[in-house]
Design a protein around this ligand. Structure first.
Ligand code: ADP
Length: 162
């Protein structure tokens, strides 16, 4: 039997921290769906189509990894994909409270779906899409934080760096 996992998030845009989590998940599961949320409450910099395209390019050739989009309840989406596992990343204690709440809520909604947390390499523990966008918008280099195609897209979108 295949073990399938879903890694949901905004991915606005995908960063090297996300890639680190996906790389770890890909060694544990036969298939990992990187699921980009359509109904995120935050005002995103990139459209869903742009976020999907950036993630697809960054993940081209990664075995067992697929980029997808979803809206509505995560547990419903996971069920549709026959996934029993939801993967989330944990960077610091500050992530814990929200992640714990979401995991418990998802368990209430569907007890058959387990949430697991993966920790990135320490050099990515300070990394978030928000900080990357902030640095890029101020003209700082983000080349060590995001894949090349994302760096270029940020440059275009924010009219600064290449
Ligand atoms: P969301 O809006 O759902 O938090 P994000 O794209 O910001 O979407 O994050 C998706 C998941 O990836 C979350 O579990 C988040 O904690 C995790 N994550 C984000 N950045 C990193 C990182 N640098 N290292 C590890 N996990 C991360």
């Amino acid at each position: 039997m295949q073990t399938i996992a879903v890694y949901p998030g905004s991915f606005d845009p995908i960063t090297n921290g996300h890639l680190d989590v996906i790389r770890r998940a890909a060694t544990m599961f036969d298939r990992v769906y990187v699921a980009i949320a359509r109904n995120s409450e935050k005002a995103p910099l990139f459209t869903v189509a742009e976020r999907v395209s950036l993630a697809r390019t960054a993940l081209r050739g990664w075995r067992g990894v697929k980029v997808d989009e979803f809206d509505g309840l995560l547990v419903r989406y996971a069920r549709r994909k026959k996934a029993r596992v939801v993967v989330r990343g944990l960077r610091a204690v500050s992530d814990f409270e929200y992640e714990f709440q979401m995991a418990q809520m998802n368990r209430q909604l569907d007890a058959a779906i387990e949430t697991i947390f993966l920790m990135p390499k320490d050099e990515y523990t300070f990394l978030s899409s928000r900080v990357v966008k902030e640095v890029a918008s101020l003209g700082g280099s983000v080349s060590t934080f995001v894949p090349r195609n994302v760096e270029q897209a940020l440059g275009k979108k924010l009219g600064g760096m290449p």
